[in-house]
Design a protein around this ligand. Structure first.
Ligand code: COA
Length: 324
């Protein structure tokens, strides 16, 4: 059983936070941010995730000519739903007026899109039309007094209508995927308070423990290593050489991570899609945003072989192969 991405939709907030804006907030510079990360600006939402998710989902539904009534399962990949409880997918269900179908979230951080595709494929024998939204409001968990993290993150959402591949509908087929995790890496990107380990108190708030804490260097090294491993394994499983891949769409965490990955894989930088300059790291939204724009810009079309790769908190990572 394989699934296809029938359509994609995206939504990003209209408010732009530039490097110049950040220079006024923390001790940083446009030059440092561009050189160390490749980011020029990111989008910041004044609204909760369900608003962006609805926009992205409506576009995907329209592009697929699928009505909300046709959706048999709603899946969201996010760590920044509107509320800790319930699942963001249920809020999306209400917003779209979707009838009683299963709806739930999965938390795989920046690997959310690839993990979500894997879950959707696993459930596709029972639910043949799935609405999958992968998105984050990272600005809600970003400490804008911490220069080592606040320059990196942005908000966005990407939606996909997923259906079972058949003879007539085989565009954007998920050919294969690899997903994995190493829980010993959890400390390197985490939000210390607000969960059951440290329920929120006045102290946790004043110590800013409800924001993302990250050990940048460890994350950087592991991101390169794990994305490379996942891509190599995926290609091997499918008897493919990297030269046969038309476009690599890596998670947009840092342009230097992507460039180092290219060196390790022995491919030109031009073989990867990069939009981190405009959005920063949008976590679960980054791969669908990039796939959407790569298709819109004509970099991939019918028949292209596309490899997406991700790495994120957990640590989690993965790679997916598409026949576009
Ligand atoms: N502006 C200016 N200086 C900054 C800065 C900023 N925004 N952030 C950090 N610095 C400083 C540090 O304080 C340090 O100064 P010091 O040498 O005086 O101590 C110096 O820059 C180098 O810091 P370092 O952390 O070694 O920089 P780096 O080259 O590793 O870049 C990251 C930092 C965060 C950009 C980089 O490690 C990274 O991208 N890591 C991966 C992050 C990621 O992908 N997270 C999400 C995973 S999905």
């Amino acid at each position: 059983m394989s699934i296809v991405i029938r359509s994609l939709g995206i939504a990003v907030p209209s408010r732009v936070l530039t490097n110049a804006d950040l220079e006024k907030m923390v001790d940083t510079s446009d030059e440092w941010i561009r050189e160390r990360t490749g980011i020029r600006e990111r989008r910041i939402s004044d609204e909760p995730l369900s608003v962006l998710a609805e926009k992205a989902a409506r576009e995907a539904l329209e592009n697929a000519c699928v009505s909300p009534d046709d959706i048999e399962l709603i899946l969201m990949a996010t760590i920044t739903g509107d509320y800790p409880l319930p699942a963001a997918a249920c809020l999306l269900q209400e917003r779209l007026g979707i009838k009683e179908v299963p709806a739930f979230d999965l938390a795989a951080a920046c690997s959310g899109f690839i993990y979500g595709l894997a879950v959707a494929e696993g459930l596709s024998a029972r639910y043949s039309t799935i609405l999958f939204v992968s998105g984050e409001i990272l600005s809600a968990v970003t400490d804008y007094t911490d220069r080592s993290t606040c320059v990196l993150f942005g908000d966005g959402a990407g939606a996909a209508v997923l259906t079972v591949a058949d003879g007539n509908i085989s565009r954007r087929e998920l050919v294969d995927y690899v997903i994995c995790a190493d829980g010993t890496g959890w400390r390197h990107i985490h939000i210390p308070a607000g969960g059951s380990a440290e329920p929120p108190t006045e102290r946790t708030i004043s110590e800013r423990l409800h924001y993302i804490k990250m050990t940048g260097r460890d994350v950087f090294k592991n991101a390169v290593k794990r994305m490379e491993e996942a891509i190599v394994e995926l290609l091997k499983r499918n008897n493919l050489d990297i030269s046969g891949v038309d476009l690599i769409v890596p998670h947009q965490a840092n342009a230097r991570i992507i460039h180092t990955l290219c060196e390790r894989l022995g491919v030109a930088k031009e073989k990867t899609y990069i939009n981190i300059d405009r959005y920063g790291n949008t976590s679960a939204a980054s791969i669908p945003l990039a796939l959407y724009e790569a298709e819109r810009d004509g970099l991939i079309g019918a028949g292209s072989l596309v490899v997406a790769a991700s790495f994120g908190a957990g640590y989690t990572w993965g790679a997916a192969l598409f026949r576009w």
